[in-house]
Write a protein that binds this ligand. Structure first.
Ligand code: PLP
Length: 449
């Protein structure tokens, strides 16, 4: 592997031209390139790095490889599709796999969510859902509903709509004034009342009432939609308090506001049901997905819409385009092939409900970290867990990153967001591997302390 040699050289010389050109996303580029972490191969629950070292994948790549890596059926489907039909436009054209995949997705979606619009990523799904919400009100004669409401600490990808409704300061502050007409409800993180909650926190349904405050402030008839992640992943695994999502739904219904769930992380089995909407018993109007849709093997996202949203557009002359939106690669044949093989794998192996069987063990093992050095909170639901650490004074995020590096050096890939360690393993994980992840984190916490 030439890059492995380059990486070794970089480690000794402090930089190497072979690594120079790739401006890496969400990465401390200069630090990374001094001692790169290069993944060369993957199978099932494991990666192998460029030196052949085995690494247990504790975060399903980036919350996406829910069925485990390089599954033969998915690989074969992509290979066969590449040879059969490499690309087909879906503007005024179509190909059969796109319709088949959309149909299969609606079969596992909440009842009444019968329409699927394809994108290429979570970020694009978010932009699509926001535009759909605005246009939906307009086609129904409520074009004054132009406001979008997000939530503090929300992550909805990196495009302008997504960072506008998102609430992560670092992702916003370099990029100007954002989309106009956006406001945010407060986040649900409440350590004073809910630290170390197992599963859903008991307190905090009332945080949803913050939406009433914004309705009073802006006049609810100007608000198009509210977007939240059912479980906020990228800001440190925040589990919705009991009753919170129900209360958001009620307030939206009362005021004619659409509710969007961003299920890019929670979709496809992470919480023990196909979607968090089903796990928490609240059906949104629009749902954004990506990641697990294709098991991460080919980029693809989608917006899953209630029929009534779609049907509102199906008015006027039939020869006219109803929704002026779409991507060259919407429903790309390779992504559709990967998606169909992925859904088949999930169904055959019972993966969309497997988190139910494993969540007890993950919860028990994770919460036992309560007495480990610097642990100030543990949060979990389904097969997602978060362990929050006290930051090093004046150096937020540094302790978390040190734990990440230590776990990686010891053969386990986890993720840290700030000082919260996040775990979201592939749903094929075995109990002994849950133990291995948590044991490695515990040892790392001891060393980093
Ligand atoms: N929405 C949520 C909730 C996410 O967690 C992410 C990515 O982590 C995105 C949107 C953006 O997805 P992508 O990186 O595929 O654009």
């Amino acid at each position: 592997l030439p890059l492995a040699a380059a990486a070794a050289a970089a480690a000794t010389t402090g930089g190497d031209a072979a690594l120079d050109a790739f401006w890496m996303p969400f990465t401390a580029n200069r630090q990374f390139k001094k001692s790169p972490r290069l993944l060369a191969k993957a199978s099932g629950m494991h990666y192998w790095d460029a030196d052949g070292r085995e690494i247990l994948d504790g975060c399903a790549g980036l919350w996406c490889v829910n069925a485990g890596h390089t599954r033969p059926k998915i690989v074969a489907a992509i290979q066969a599709q590449a040879a059969e039909l490499d690309f087909a436009p879906t503007f005024q054209m179509g190909h059969p796999l796109a319709f088949e995949l959309a149909g299969q997705i609606t079969r596992i979606a909440p009842a009444g969510m019968g329409k699927v619009f394809f994108t290429n990523s979570g970020s694009e799904s978010v932009e699509t859902a926001l535009k759909m919400a605005l246009a939906y009100h307009r086609v129904r004669g409520e074009g004054q509903r132009t406001r979008l409401i997000g939530r503090e600490r929300g992550y909805h990808g990196v495009n302008f709509g997504g960072i506008s409704v998102g609430g992560i300061v670092a992702n916003r502050k370099m990029f100007g004034a954002m989309l106009a007409g956006v406001d945010h409800i407060r986040h649900t993180h409440d350590p004073a009342r809910n630290a170390f909650s197992v599963g859903q926190p008991a307190h905090g349904a009332d945080f949803a009432d913050d939406l009433e405050r914004l309705c009073a402030l802006h006049d609810p008839s100007t608000i198009a939609a509210v977007i939240v992640e059912p479980i906020a992943g990228s800001t440190g695994v925040l589990i919705p308090p009991q009753g919170y999502l129900q209360r958001l739904r009620e307030i939206c219904d009362r005021h004619g506001i659409l509710l969007i769930f961003d299920e890019v992380i929670t979709g496809f089995g992470r919480t023990g049901q196909p979607f968090a909407a089903q796990t928490f018993g609240v059906t949104p109007d629009l749902m954004t997905v990506a990641k697990g849709l294709t098991n991460g093997a080919v980029p693809m996202g989608a917006v899953i819409a209630k029929d009534m949203i779609h049907d509102a557009f199906m008015d006027g002359p039939e020869h006219l385009i109803e929704f002026f939106h779409g991507y060259t690669y919407s429903a790309h044949p390779l992504a559709c092939a990967a998606g169909l093989a992925t859904l088949q794998t999930y169904a055959e192996e019972g993966l969309l409900t497997r988190a139910q069987q494993l969540q007890g063990q993950l919860a028990e093992r994770l919460h036992a970290l309560r007495d480990a050095p610097n642990v100030i909170d543990v949060r979990n639901y389904g097969l997602v867990g978060g362990v929050e650490l006290a930051p090093r004074p004046g150096e937020p995020g540094k302790r978390g990153f040190e734990v990440f590096l230590d776990c990686y050096a010891n053969g386990v890939l986890i993720r840290t967001t700030g000082d919260t360690i996040a775990m979201s393993p592939p749903l094929i994980i075995e109990p002994a591997q849950i133990d291995q992840i948590v044991d490695t984190v515990r040892a790392a916490l001891g060393r980093v302390a």
